[in-house]
Design a protein around this ligand. Structure first.
Ligand SMILES: Cc1ncc(COP(=O)(O)O)c(C=O)c1O
Ligand SMILES: N[C@@H](CCCC[NH3+])C(=O)O
Length: 420
């Protein structure tokens, strides 16, 4: 099903016309589709449920991709667990109704306080990324008389063939522990009194459109698991991280979840390992768009600019990674196009959401920046004292505000001036 589509010449989210949303809630606005979110999670659950190696699998949505409570709550109600990277994200998922026993805690820099917070609520597993982190966790757990369940995040050193900023499983990455050190680290973990070895973990990168590196990574991890078993170190679950990509261009083809997961599950058949996954982008990326209005058209000497009311502070992926997002007119006009750089009002040359886009525009037109559900609002900032956008969720014919537009006063509410 298409969740965002033209209907009578007007772009809709489910059955709601986007101009009506702009009218009622203003722009810029993040617009999500409940059915798109539901469908993307179900695709994982269906593939896993249909495979003997996947029936007890845990899908832990990577909260960092989009942490709005309504989205977390929707996924929690559909049975998902969560992959968190901070105490803040832990609070969020609990506030959204998550079961702490379905929470995995990733990240290279967990503080003692964050570890304590996670131990107190009894999370499923800590994904450990270094020896000092392991030792800190052992200490924190010991203080409260607990045993902390852990898996080691191992770097299988495979090339995910994605943008260098979002490749994480190579030797050079700050993430995880080196493949060749993993065995020694597990031995160390097994000797610590307040640590319980539960699993093994890897995450090789983000936005992978070719699933073959996942298979390569799994092969390497399985060798390690066999070595561990031979030493009497028992692994209960295998966390394969996230990273499955989405299509950002209308003409791109994205791998199906089945084509990604089935080869992995086939290899796991009969091994008795519980599979854990941490998809982020794939669950939310194409379930959201950024709705924005053209303020001015500016025909410069060398270029044509469409100056819109959204900017790099709302969606920083184009500025940060030169990422592509389709930019679609909400009410497309027939006739000649010009190549527009679609830019925001922020004082940075890098403040563009798209470059040289053939569009037929007039000031006041609405545009939809597509595929903005992942790492959009989650990475938004207040640069240039710009309040962050409103977020709405469309459900059939209904629109729910799931985060109000910020006010300028909120932005400086915590600041104070010197007494003299
Ligand atoms: C440890 C970990 N798990 C899961 C994810 C989610 O990745 P993605 O959004 O590509 O699925 C990330 C981000 O890349 C990550 O670092
Ligand atoms: N923020 C990145 C992905 C980073 C993945 C986080 N580990 C993006 O927008 O593509």
């Amino acid at each position: 099903m298409t969740h965002f589509a033209l209907n009578d010449g007007v772009l809709h989210a489910e059955s709601v016309a986007l101009p009506a949303i702009a009218e009622q809630f203003g722009t810029p606005a993040y617009v999500y589709s409940r059915s798109a979110l539901t469908e993307s999670l179900r695709e994982f659950q269906d593939v896993l449920g249909a495979h003997p190696a996947g029936t007890d699998a845990l899908v832990c949505y990577a909260v960092k991709a989009n942490s709005n409570l309504a989205i977390l709550n929707l996924f929690a109600r559909l049975g998902a667990g969560f992959d968190i990277v901070s105490g803040g994200e832990l609070k969020r998922v609990l506030a959204a109704g998550a079961d702490p026993k379905k929470v995995v805690f990733s990240g290279v820099g967990k503080t003692a306080a964050e570890m304590q917070q996670a131990l107190d609520v009894g999370i499923f597993c800590f994904n450990i990324e270094s020896i000092p982190e392991l030792e800190r966790l052992n200490e924190v757990a010991g203080r409260s008389g607990k045993k902390a369940p852990i898996s080691l995040r191992v770097n299988p050193n495979v090339d995910p063939k994605t943008h260098p900023y979002i490749s994480t499983g190579l030797k050079e990455a700050k993430f995880g522990v080196a493949y060749d050190d993993a065995l020694a680290l597990y031995r160390r973990a097994a000797a610590l009194p307040n640590i319980a070895i539960a699993g093994i973990d890897c995450h090789i990168g983000s936005q992978l459109l070719d699933p073959s590196p996942f298979v390569e990574a799994l092969d390497r991890i399985l060798v390690l698991i066999d070595q561990l078993t031979a030493e009497g170190i028992h692994i209960h679950h295998l966390d394969l991280g996230g990273g499955l990509g989405i299509k950002y261009k209308a003409d791109q083809v994205q791998p199906t979840v089945a084509s990604y997961l089935n080869p992995l599950l086939d290899k796991l058949q009969g091994r008795g390992l519980q599979v854990v996954l941490e998809p982020g982008r794939r669950l939310v990326g194409n379930a959201g768009l950024l709705l924005t209005r053209v303020e001015f058209l500016k025909h410069g000497e060398a270029k044509d600019f469409a100056i819109i009311d959204a900017a790099m502070n709302d969606l920083m992926r184009p500025a940060l990674y030169e990422a592509w997002h389709d930019i679609d007119p909400v009410v497309p006009r027939a006739g000649a196009t010009r190549d527009y750089d679609v830019v925001g009002p922020v004082c940075e040359t890098g403040d563009f959401l798209g470059q040289a886009r053939p569009l037929n525009l007039q000031a006041g037109d609405l545009l939809a920046v597509m595929s903005a559900g992942a790492y959009g609002m989650a990475m938004a900032s207040n640069y240039n004292t710009r309040p962050r956008a409103v977020e709405v969720m469309v459900d059939g014919g209904q629109v729910h505000v799931i985060r109000q537009r910020e006010t300028v006063e909120q932005l400086y509410a915590g600041e104070s001036v010197l007494p003299q």
